[in-house]
Write a protein that binds this ligand. Sequence first.
Ligand SMILES: *Cc1c(COP(=O)(O)O)cnc(C)c1O
Length: 357
Amino acid sequence: MNNAWLRNSIRDFEPYRVPAINEHTVINANESPYNALDFPFVKAEFLRRLEQTPTYRYPDPFAEELRAALAAYVGCQSQEVLVGNGGDEIINLVMNTFLNPGDTLLVHTPTFDIYGIDASVIGANVVEVPNLPGFRHDRQTFLDKVKELQPKVTVLCNPNNPTGEILPLEYVEDILRASANPVLIDEAYLEFSGQDSIISKLQTYDNLIVLRTLSKAFGMAGLRVGYGVANKAVIDALSLTKLVYNMNVFSQDMALSVMAHRDEVLQHNVPPTIAARTYLMEQLSAIDGVTVYPSVTNFVLVHVTDGAAMIDALQKADICVRFYKAADLQNCIRITVTTQEVMERVVAVFQKEAAHA
Ligand SMILES: *Cc1c(COP(=O)(O)O)cnc(C)c1O
């Protein structure tokens, strides 16, 4: 293929490569250890729905029943919800809807890659505000940049992936007030945080867009169900470029089945994860040479003196975690919090490595 065929903005892109995983314990992608189909009441509801879902019919373009269920869950109106093929689609729609080539996207770093990638495809300018040492969000600089640049889109990942930090709602409101343009607040991990969602401020800020997902706390990453929450006019704008049939019928059926039992599922999935997270953070903090960054999510970021050696030791113990190449995350490892048993195995590897060092 002639490279000149590619649009200019993507000529330098590296192909998206997921390295082969040979380990059996995979805790590198913040996936839940709990299968939604293992809940008998969810499975029964899903099968009941499937029987009424002919495969030859197109899905409902706006997944009306599902958006109503999600609206009831987060406490807003149906028209204030847009269901997407994963939260990733909502990010894509936000960028496609608001960014022109040359416009500015403001993000903090390190954070989720997808915002910058999607904005770069459009040819937008990505401005990054680095964290303070210790991976804490640089609140003042980020706020100042919003005021100074008036970015076309501002993104705040809250709680942040991969640092695990959450910022208080008052700060999020400072950002919303400072910007005259859309602000995306990514709350993919909110359910693990114990903090309220900024969705409660939907009526106050017409520039607020909140991203949520069923991939993390609800254990539905494979089904690809995420959603955006914003006022109706913004939801209508985001819908302009959406693929008409973005949500397949199976995912809608499954998401509806989980939402019908959302409290039981959350009650089952979240408290054990939080207990295992507390255990992991406490145990790793006690080890010499390991720095643990406080997390309110289902993952914990740690810094070790020799990241490559630790990855090697974890691999030998049949455990795959997330390791980073980026300069600001050197020797950092992100561990997904799953079950107590798996966290104990992780801790044992860290302790053994520390004893050898
Ligand atoms: C996982 C994640 C998402 C959304 O994931 P989907 O599976 O596409 O719903 C969004 N933002 C962050 C920061 C995430 O980690």
